[in-house]
Design a protein around this ligand. Structure first.
Ligand SMILES: *[C@@H]1O[C@H](CO)[C@@H](O)[C@H](O)[C@H]1NC(C)=O
Ligand SMILES: *[C@@H]1O[C@H](CO)[C@@H](O)[C@H](O)[C@H]1NC(C)=O
Ligand SMILES: *[C@@H]1O[C@H](CO)[C@@H](O)[C@H](O)[C@H]1NC(C)=O
Ligand SMILES: *[C@@H]1O[C@H](CO)[C@@H](O)[C@H](O)[C@H]1NC(C)=O
Ligand SMILES: *[C@@H]1O[C@H](CO)[C@@H](O)[C@H](O)[C@H]1NC(C)=O
Length: 242
């Protein structure tokens, strides 16, 4: 754990215990990925670390050391992590305020008393927390009882996955994009459209409601704000009479 007296890695750390990586002396490769939310503290840990060893080194790349432990002494190397990393109690690598740019396959190399080396590769992927999306109605065009609908799911970060839902379930994958463009008729319109944005660390959604193919019902999106403003006007003078 990251709770050394010198540089505590924090109580609320996200512990990324890496059980499944097997040590490989020649080349290390792993299919398993660890995910973390940017801004949090993470701890990269190996569960099957040998009990005794001479030297332990955490690498960013094979040629960039982050820190090294030997004979009870820890050396911090000049890397982009300086000031953000520490060695935890179980010799885990604590990264504070982890950033998307820290996504990387970290390397842990341990030199045994016997002189043999063991190596682990730990892939870490850092993602931003998912923002709340907002559906914007870009187009509702009614022609002969058919409605041409164009809904846009807005978020500040484009690097997310989008999933649109209607009352019969998710739309086909071909329609999964930030903009949903569909033609609906009275027999196949949905009473709502939900846009869900997600990445491997979370998901959030927004929904707009329809009372007929082209007629917006109660909605949390843009149209709701407009209704609110209209309702506000007669309510404002209210307290003056009391
Ligand atoms: C991360 O660690 C720092 C330094 O130990 C601490 O001040 C901060 O509160 C921690 N952040 C979280 C989200 O736990
Ligand atoms: C390392 O620290 C432990 C406990 O603090 C101590 O027992 C041991 O003798 C130390 N080893 C060296 C090489 O300094
Ligand atoms: C609704 O039905 C019409 C006519 O069959 C079709 O053109 C349209 O693509 C359908 N819309 C959806 C969202 O399935
Ligand atoms: C989007 O989904 C795909 C497939 O599930 C996944 O591999 C990818 O990491 C996701 N991308 C983001 C930004 O969440
Ligand atoms: C939308 O988010 C709410 C919580 O905010 C959740 O209960 C619901 O399952 C989500 N719906 C979809 C389709 O993701």
């Amino acid at each position: 754990m990251c709770s050394q007296s010198l540089k505590p890695c924090l109580a609320l750390e996200l512990l990324l215990l890496f059980h499944l990586v097997l040590p490989t002396s020649t080349q290390g490769h792993s299919e398993n990925r660890l995910t973390a939310i940017s801004g949090t503290n993470v701890s990269l840990q190996i569960s099957n670390l040998p009990a005794k060893y001479k030297q332990l080194t955490w690498f960013y790349t094979t040629s960039q050391k982050i820190l090294e432990w030997e004979s009870n002494q820890t050396i911090l190397f000049n890397s982009k992590f300086k000031g953000r990393v520490s060695l935890g109690q179980s010799h885990d690598l604590c990264i504070h305020n982890v950033q998307k740019e820290d996504s990387n396959t970290y390397i842990l190399r341990v030199l045994m008393e016997s002189g043999t080396e063991k190596e682990w590769h730990i892939p870490l992927e850092v993602y931003d927390p998912v923002p709340k999306p907002e559906i914007e109605i870009q187009k509702t065009q009614e022609v002969n009882n058919r409605c041409h609908l164009q809904l846009s799911c807005r978020i500040p970060d484009r690097l997310m996955n989008y999933t649109w839902y209607r009352d019969s379930g998710p739309f086909s994958t071909g329609l999964q994009n930030s903009v949903l463009e569909i033609v609906v008729e009275p027999n196949n319109y949905s009473t709502f459209y939900t846009c869900q944005v997600s990445n491997p660390v979370g998901s959030k959604n927004d929904t707009v409601y329809f009372t007929s193919p082209c007629k917006l019902g109660r909605s949390s999106a843009v149209a709701w704000t407009v209704t609110w403003l209209i309702i506000m006007v007669p309510i404002v003078p209210g307290p003056l009479w009391t």
